[in-house]
Design a protein around this ligand. Structure first.
Ligand code: CP
Ligand code: NVA
Length: 314
């Protein structure tokens, strides 16, 4: 059996902790070539800077090689079905990182590819980002359990994974979104269930000030995600009052850290001043993508091998 990483809940809480320890070790300078002789394919239907670069550099640093297929190269689902691409690619490479629209496509890829599939962002979740978010919170505040975090903005893919990640590591998360842009009810409920045994509280409101109250971490993401460009005008209206700025920060803890998965739209979800503020840790957060991606690749390769996954024939 091979191991995929399509969503945070594909890992157990213990595996998340182990992965964060490995990521911190890579950050401190751990070397080694767990991907020697391996080739990883990146299949991206949406633009990317951090995810693409973090994976490319991670694979190279770990002794492997990467190859990239963009939307125009394969026209996934139009030129041929995703399940055919998945089966062919799995015969060429040892792991696939997929960035796509519908989450069902990621699941289809994982079902049909005989090698590990990593979700590099779908419309529903962004689990690789959430691993970097946890590492950032842990190194900034010295712990995860009991930290009070707030997410202000769109109930989107980034929030869905953040909520699961917080729930599984004991981080309290207060979320404020406009009524129309709440997280998906099923995912939110699931995250709340996951939070119970960890003693974490997940709360949802439409009042940004209430969510930010006393928070040690304030997190935001764009109001218009990739693929939602046609909704831009309407969304900008609906999100008035949800900007992360100095005024909102007055509700938060004094030494509050500001987080954003990037790319950021200054003047929309976050003020230009706060992006450059000394409380902003967004560039550490972006750097951490690299370290967690290394830990994740090494982990998936190792666990897939242990579980006797079929060796690629080449
Ligand atoms: N945060 C993030 O995933 O950035 P990219 O879209 O640039 O990969
Ligand atoms: N929510 C954003 C995240 C980008 C990294 C999007 O999906 O476009």
């Amino acid at each position: 059996m091979k191991r995929d990483f399509l969503t945070i809940t594909d890992l157990t809480p213990a595996e998340i902790q182990a992965l964060l320890r490995d990521a911190a070790a890579y950050k401190r300078g751990r070397t080694g070539s767990p991907l020697a002789g391996k080739i990883v394919a990146l299949v991206f239907q949406k633009p990317s800077m951090r995810t693409r670069m973090a994976f490319e550099v991670a694979v190279m640093d770990l002794g492997g090689k990467v190859t990239y297929l963009g939307q125009d190269d394969i026209q996934l689902g139009a030129r041929e079905p995703a399940k055919d691409v998945a089966r062919v690619l799995a015969r060429y490479v040892d792991a696939i990182v997929l960035r796509t629209f519908g989450h069902a496509t990621v699941e289809e890829f994982a079902r049909f590819a005989s090698v590990p599939v990593i979700n590099g962002l779908s419309d529903q979740v962004h689990p690789c980002q959430a691993l970097a978010d946890l590492l950032t919170i842990q190194e900034q505040l010295g712990r995860l359990r009991g930290v009070q975090a707030a997410y202000i903005g769109d109930g989107n893919n980034v929030l869905h994974s953040l909520a699961e990640a917080c729930a599984m590591t004991g981080v309290h998360l207060s979320v404020a979104t406009p009524e129309r842009y709440k997280p998906e009810a099923k995912l939110w409920q699931q995250a709340r269930e996951l939070a119970k045994p960890m003693g974490a509280k997940l709360e949802l409101t439409t009042d940004p000030r209430a969510a930010a109250k006393g928070a040690s971490v304030i997190y935001t993401d764009v109001w218009v995600s990739m693929g939602q460009e046609k909704e831009r005008e309407e969304r900008l209206k609906q999100f008035i009052g949800f900007q992360v700025n100095d005024d909102l920060l007055s509700e938060a803890a004094k030494d509050c850290r500001i987080m954003h998965c990037l790319p950021a739209h200054r003047g929309e979800e976050i003020s230009a001043e706060l992006m450059e503020d000394k409380r902003s840790v967004v560039f550490d957060q972006a750097e951490n993508r690299l370290h967690v991606q290394k830990a994740l690749l090494a982990f998936l390769m190792k666990s897939s091998r242990k579980q006797g996954a079929k060796k690629r024939s080449r």
